[in-house]
Design a protein around this ligand. Structure first.
Ligand code: 0X9
Ligand code: CA
Ligand code: ZN
Length: 424
């Protein structure tokens, strides 16, 4: 009995180590950020982690390192700073996510919230992941079971598995709105006049993989059929999908693999379907890290025809956030600031629906003494500083909705009078 247990444990560990082997050859390296290097990096489709103190951090495999050498880009290996040994041994066990939510923990708390506030909070299953987990949407509104003629806004989290903090921020918004509805008149006004949709975990399979097996996992868990796994869910949306190979890749082993076609991944089909049923006025998709507010376009360096509006809202959000903890989220056009991408969420929601769409990359940036992964103690401060921007965008959506409704009414009235004068 004892023997079989020992034996099966050994076999189990053996297979774990076999699987882990494929990632053992990945290093975190950093390079100096200068224009010349950035141009070269853009062509290489690397897995960029973040920017910190004027350096770009990259998760690099042997091929990437060879390419860096070939391009004469000097790099420094950073593994020790980012991957404490204690964490490595823990990362194959359950419960290592601490205060961060796993799929099951999130599911339970979403359902509990809906139970506690049945008139304000509703959980909808908007689709299944590849591994048959539910993609949950939390709707917060007055008369939550009714579809009312109200503004609607959407907050998304965790397209990228390892970005755990991006689950927490939108989830905590839902809880905050429900819990403060009775006592806070401003919250009540916002919730009464808007349908707030929150999808905190777009990539549940990836998150579970990141918690239980490999902390740096980014993509979903698509079996690409060639021994590689995962599509980058923030490259699979159907606006300018695969526009070029800058920041997205057709190579399944790439960390920014865009999939064989647009909208091949069920996780983002769920988002697309939700969009088809509602009419959202604005979107924020949470990511990490680098403490910036990015807006379209991402696929080109060019400005969109709404650049003034997009930038004005971004600056407003940044200004509202800074006083909370003194952290400034730098607002910028995505493609012009850091690197080009195509097939990302915000290019699609803006390109197809024309709504203000933001990628908020949560901290740390260079000023925070944080590392790539946020400590648990960061969850509440980061949520608190993001809250004013979320409330602002909800309010903006309400104002904009009223404005649109007013103009539709005016237009309909004019049409009506034209028609009635015609029929006269
Ligand atoms: O690359 C991404 O998908 C986002 N960054 S992350 O480090 N979280 O992976 C940024 C997407 C924003 N779009 C552009 N930078 N073009
Ligand atoms: Ca309502
Ligand atoms: Zn991300």
């Amino acid at each position: 009995m004892r023997k079989t247990l020992v034996l099966s444990t050994i076999i189990f560990l053996f297979f774990l180590s076999l699987q882990a082997q494929t990632y053992r050859d990945r290093e975190i390296v950093c390079v100096e950020k200068d224009l010349e290097t950035m141009k070269k990096l853009a062509r290489m489709n690397l897995d960029l982690l973040m920017e910190k103190d004027g350096r770009i951090y990259i998760v690099a495999g042997p091929d990437d390192l060879a390419n860096l050498n070939m391009e004469n880009i000097p790099y420094r290996i950073e593994l020790q700073d980012f991957y404490p040994l204690s964490q490595e041994s823990l990362s194959i066990q359950s419960g290592v996510n601490g205060e961060f939510h796993s799929y099951a923990e999130l599911e339970q708390e979403l359902l509990e919230l809906a139970d506690a506030y049945p008139d304000l909070a509703k959980v909808e299953d908007i689709g299944d992941s590849l591994e048959q987990r539910n993609i949950y949407a939390l709707k917060i509104s007055d008369n939550v079971w009714a579809e009312e003629q109200e503004a609607a806004v959407i907050f998304l989290g965790c397209h990228h598995a390892r970005e755990w903090i991006s689950v927490e921020v939108p989830f905590l918004l839902g809880r905050y709105l429900a819990e403060n509805y009775e006592t806070n008149t401003e919250v009540r006004r916002l919730v009464n006049n808007c349908e707030i949709w929150i999808v905190p975990l777009v990539n549940p399979d990836g998150l579970e993989y990141s918690i239980h097996f490999y902390r740096y996992w980014r993509k979903n868990r698509r079996d690409n059929g060639d021994g590689t796994f995962g599509v980058d869910l923030n490259r699979n949306y159907g606006y300018k999908w695969g526009y070029d190979n800058e920041g997205s890749s057709s190579d399944p082993s790439s960390e920014v693999y865009r999939g064989p076609d647009s909208f091949t991944e069920p996780e983002i089909l769920a988002v697309r379907d939700l969009f088809a049923q509602k009419s959202f006025q604005a979107l924020i998709s949470y990511h990490s890290y680098s403490q910036v507010i990015l807006y379209p376009w991402g696929y080109t360096q060019a400005a969109s025809d709404q650049d003034d509006l997009l930038s004005e809202i971004a600056q407003k959000m940044a200004a509202l956030m800074e006083p909370v903890n003194g952290r400034y989220y730098y607002p910028d056009r995505a493609g012009a600031s850091f690197y080009l991408t195509n097939g990302d969420t915000t290019d699609w929601s803006f390109g197809v629906y024309g709504i203000p769409s933001y990628t908020i990359e949560l901290p740390p940036d260079s000023t925070l003494n944080g590392e790539f992964f946020n400590p648990e103690s960061d969850i509440l401060p980061i949520f608190n500083e993001n809250l004013p921007a979320m409330l602002y965008l909800i309010d903006w959506s309400i104002q904009n909705h009223e404005f649109q409704t007013f103009h539709h009414m005016k237009r309909d009235r004019q049409r009506g009078s034209i028609e009635s004068s015609r029929s006269n």
